[in-house]
Design a protein around this ligand. Structure first.
Ligand code: PEP
Length: 251
């Protein structure tokens, strides 16, 4: 049984004070039956950690360097994140692939470093509009999932894959529940190719791209969708709490 996971990506937003207020409000509002996490900017992780201590809210990071430490001016490594209480970290977010030009090789290294460092990795994949229009969605996903090789996964609870169509991120456009399901099923099948069916059945697959309280329930109802990666709506405690309580919205 896969526990649903809703993760908020705060990106390069907020101030120290507003991060603390938002984290406190979210920690108070989350339901018990769903895993919920937030990924603040690096500089606010410590402040957020102190206000969510003792709550169920999981602390995350948006990025990390691919080495575990050393002479890399300005970078942050997995042991530093763990030291602050971080439990999960994103890898391969489309903004890092497409705006910051991270290569597939780098994303793969980051994913392996996050996983082998003991954190939950949220490995993000998804097609651009151009790729979607030329029917390349499933090929792009397959290719981006090759970044999970060589086989690393011994604990499927620490591998989460987010299907995030690039054209849906921050645009207000959202994939249909059927499209989200088709992509999630393709992801599970691809993971089974190199990690076996048992691992693939346990890995959680999230949908991300303009998730809001008004569209979350039918997406979450899909059999292979195990949660959501939320950008814009995670900056509003009320909206994010509603998304986390999607079961009540569906009722
Ligand atoms: C994201 O950045 O991962 C994301 C899904 O953003 P938004 O919800 O704003 O589309």
């Amino acid at each position: 049984m896969r526990t649903k996971f809703i993760a908020g990506n705060w990106k390069m937003n907020l101030t120290k004070t507003s991060s603390i207020e938002l984290a406190r409000a979210i920690a108070r509002a989350i339901p018990n039956n769903v895993d919920v996490g937030v990924a603040p900017p690096f500089v606010y992780i410590d402040a957020v950690a102190s206000v969510i201590a003792g709550s169920k809210l999981l602390l995350g990071a948006q990025d990390v360097h691919c080495e575990q430490g050393g002479a890399f001016t300005g970078e942050i490594c997995v042991p530093m994140l763990k030291d602050l209480g971080v439990k999960f970290c994103l890898s391969g977010h489309s903004e890092r692939r497409h705006i910051l030009n991270e290569s597939s090789d780098l994303v793969s290294k980051k994913t392996h470093t996050i996983y082998s460092g003991g954190l939950i990795v949220i490995h993000c994949v998804g097609e651009t509009l151009e790729q979607r229009d030329s029917n390349q969605t499933l090929n792009v996903i397959r290719s981006q999932l090759s970044e999970l090789q060589p086989k690393i996964i011994t604990d499927p609870n620490r591998l989460v894959i987010a299907y995030e169509p690039v054209w849906a991120i921050g645009t207000g456009e959202v994939a249909t529940p059927d499209d989200a399901q088709e992509a999630a099923a393709a992801i599970r099948s691809r993971v089974s190719e190199f990690h076996g069916t048992e691992t693939a059945a346990s890995v959680r697959i999230l949908y991300g791209g303009s998730v809001k309280p008004g569209n979350v329930a039918p997406i979450m109802a899909q059999p292979d969708v195990d949660g959501a990666l939320v950008g814009g709506a995670s900056l509003d405690a009320g909206q994010f709490a509603q998304i986390c309580r999607y079961r009540e919205l569906a009722a």
